[in-house]
Design a protein around this ligand. Structure first.
Ligand SMILES: Nc1nc2c(ncn2[C@@H]2O[C@H](COP(=O)(O)OP(=O)(O)OP(=O)(O)O)[C@@H](O)[C@H]2O)c(=O)[nH]1
Length: 202
């Protein structure tokens, strides 16, 4: 019997500095760098995991949050299976911008049925003491904007990072019409590159 692997593309969006690269690095390499440079364009890393007895190769795309890199990141939205809308709990503006990120994604990914698309919201940097966004207001935004799951994460101390990705995978797998992603593991090439060829710095 041939085992099946789902190849899923998950994309991280959010303002510059909220911690998207750090979340990806924490999840894939279990490391945290307090002095990361801003991402320019996009980067991706792969991670293999098993969720509910389902083998998954997760392709995680980290994007540049700064406005000046908009044209470099948007071409990579298409084909995403899940979008992690990310803000930082110590930066209220990054929270207020979540709606713009959602809109930008829906437009450039050309999502046909936005109300069915699996978004997950991450409130990062929960390790900080000075919060500007409360858990309640973030949960309320998620409820009002599509009943999205909400996770408070810390790339610094790893709080909820793996749990959030697991939930993202579950949401995608729960959708019907996933059969197009089911590829026999003996035919798919599972890349294990630390950084993509199209990536720029971080
Ligand atoms: N305290 C704390 N700092 C964090 C956390 N996540 C990221 N940082 C720091 O926040 C800064 C920005 O992190 P990045 O991961 O580069 O942010 P980004 O969202 O990828 O930024 P862009 O590449 O500009 O879009 C870095 O100095 C990180 O070390 C966290 O969970 N807690």
């Amino acid at each position: 019997m041939t085992t099946k692997t789902s190849l899923l593309k998950v994309i991280l969006l959010g303002d510059g500095g909220v911690g998207k690269s750090s979340i990806m690095n924490r999840y894939v390499t279990n490391k945290f760098d307090a002095h990361l440079f801003h991402t320019i364009g996009v980067e991706f890393l792969n991670k293999e995991l098993e969720v509910d007895a389902h083998q998954v190769t997760l392709q995680i795309w980290d994007t540049a949050g700064q406005e000046r890199f908009r044209s470099l990141r948007t071409p990579f939205y298409r084909g995403s299976d899940c979008c992690l809308l990310t803000f930082s709990v110590d930066d209220s503006q990054s929270f207020l911008n979540l709606g713009n990120w959602k809109k930008e994604f829906i437009y450039y990914a050309d999502v046909k049925e936005p109300e069915k698309f699996p978004f997950v919201v991450l409130g990062n940097k929960v390790d900080v003491t000075e919060r500007q966004v409360s858990t309640e207001e973030a949960q309320q935004w998620c409820q009002e904007n599509g009943n999205f799951p909400y996770y408070e994460t810390s790339a610094k101390d790893a709080t909820n990072v793996a749990v959030a990705f697991d939930e993202a995978v579950r949401r995608v797998l729960a959708l019907e019409e996933r059969t197009d992603h089911l590829i026999p593991t003996d035919t798919v090439k599972l890349h294990r590159k630390p950084r993509s060829a199209i990536s720029c710095c971080s």
